[in-house]
Design a protein around this ligand. Structure first.
Ligand code: GAP
Length: 434
């Protein structure tokens, strides 16, 4: 197998994404919109599989977690209280010659990396994406698209508490879009101005000693690793913990560990874990929003926040599973993530009896799985075409099928083929796909 891990890999992934319908450049027929991307038919399946697995694992299968789905635009007072209007900024420098702008913390030296021109002194650039609500001149108000999904989990804290009667510790989770006016978006879907997050705010009693929050923090660190390796199938050796220095931490965080991934453009953040203390709840609620039922004590719970970028998950999964083996390109993604779980082929396109039988198999499997149907070209090409998009199994209907009601099942990873009765297909796939 050819070893990946080079700059070329990124180009190959971007090209595969466009060619096969995972991710397209946004607004392409109008010349595009810088750093905006659309998920195509296969991309949306992959992305939904990731989001659904995350929701199942962290919300539905846990006793101590509930979910919400809040508005993207919130009252601007939220962002005043959270500190985002004041603090949520990146240091920006501008080249005095070519006028290009860079994040000061992403470049070394005082010269423009593009033209060598002199760079300005850094100034803080707020990342909040502004828009306006209201239809008439005198009624419009400035509002902001949320830069993180997190704040709604704090703002809705009391509503969640009153409706679910949760006791500490418990978590609130949300999946949704976030928007940031990034100074230097780039590297495909790695850093965009519109992206998606899966976030958990895990509320704990006021820690008496550091160890009280530290052990929760360590627990979530392990959970995040388990998610990335067990559910997404990302190789351990490509993941790293990196503790943020205090000057690089967000304004609300007392401790942050980034889980970084070895992207072809360098090691960089995949996920983040922060100890937000009681910073957010204290800023939003004048009175302590939680009452301990046993002691009657009112308190501001503290928060440990595991946060997961959806788009970076998609990118890491694609990069990590991409392989070139001889003539074929294969995405060795976990079957649970694959856009199509199985593909069905009639051996020959121009034999109506084969096409009809293959359609029958296809229709039966579709009741339970996402299934592709392909009757173009020769079988070898069809296998390679499915390998490239990560389909774990291909089923071929041939002339023997018409006599014996059996089919050939081909495995993506081993490329081994086995003969199987149609009646056994569903249990076989259930066993393999879970
Ligand atoms: N609530 C905490 C928070 O928002 P963050 O580290 O700023 O923390 C969380 O963002 C995650 O969102 C990151 O780990 C990353 O996966 C993703 N993310 C952040 N900015 C992004 C961007 N511009 N494009 C794509 N994903 C981004």
């Amino acid at each position: 197998m050819e070893k990946k891990g080079n700059a070329e890999l990124m180009d190959k992934i971007v090209s595969l994404c466009k060619r096969r319908g995972f991710v397209f450049p946004g607004s392409e027929i109008y010349g595009g919109l810088a750093n905006s991307f659309d998920y195509g038919p296969l991309g949306v399946e992959l992305k939904n599989n990731i989001k659904n697995l995350w929701w199942k694992r962290f919300v539905q299968q846990r006793d101590d977690m509930v979910g919400i789905d809040a508005a993207l635009i919130m009252n601007p007072k939220v962002w005043e209280a959270s500190g985002h209007l004041k603090e949520f900024s990146d240091p920006l420098v501008e080249c005095e010659k070519c006028k290009r702008r860079f994040r000061a913390d992403h470049i070394e030296g005082k010269k423009c990396p593009d033209c060598g021109g002199k760079l300005s002194e850094p100034r803080q650039f707020n990342l909040m994406l502004k828009t306006f609500l209201g239809v008439t001149e005198d009624s419009v108000s400035t509002v902001y698209f949320r830069p993180e999904t997190a704040q709604a989990m704090f703002v809705d804290f009391k509503n969640v508490l009153d409706t679910t009667r949760r006791k500490l510790p418990f978590g609130v989770a949300q999946i949704g879009k976030a928007f940031r006016n990034e100074v230097t978006p780039g590297n495909f879907i790695f850093r965009t101005r519109e992206f998606e997050q899966m976030e958990i705010e895990y509320f704990i009693p006021v820690p008496k000693k550091d160890i009280d929050w530290e052990k929760v923090f360590e627990y979530w660190q392990k959970e995040m690793w388990a998610w990335a390796t067990d559910e997404l199938g990302i190789k351990k050796e490509n993941l790293h913990d990196c503790e943020c220095e205090s000057e690089n931490r967000a304004h609300y965080s007392k401790k942050t560990i980034d889980i970084e991934y070895d992207y072809p453009f360098g090691r960089s953040e995949l996920y983040g874990l922060a100890y937000r203390t009681d910073f957010d709840l204290k800023n939003h609620f004048k009175e302590a929003p939680y009452e301990d039922k046993d002691s009657g004590e009112k308190l501001y719970p503290h928060v440990v926040e595991p946060t997961f970028g959806v788009d970076r998950s998609v990118l890491a999964v694609l990069l990590d599973s991409y392989a070139e083996e001889g003539e074929r390109v294969v995405l060795k993604i976990k079957p649970s993530l694959a856009p199509y779980k199985v593909a069905v082929f009639p051996l020959l396109k121009n034999k109506p009896e084969l096409v009809e039988k293959a359609r029958e198999v296809y229709d039966a499997l579709r009741k339970q799985f996402t299934v592709a149907f392909d009757d173009r070209g020769n079988i070898g090409k069809r296998y390679y075409s499915q390998d490239e998009i990560g389909t774990p199994f291909c089923v071929t209907v041939d002339f023997d099928t018409l006599k014996n009601d059996d089919v050939t099942v081909r495995d993506r990873d081993t490329m081994k083929q086995e003969r199987m009765k149609i009646a056994n297909l569903q249990p076989f796939l259930n066993g393999k796909l879970g």
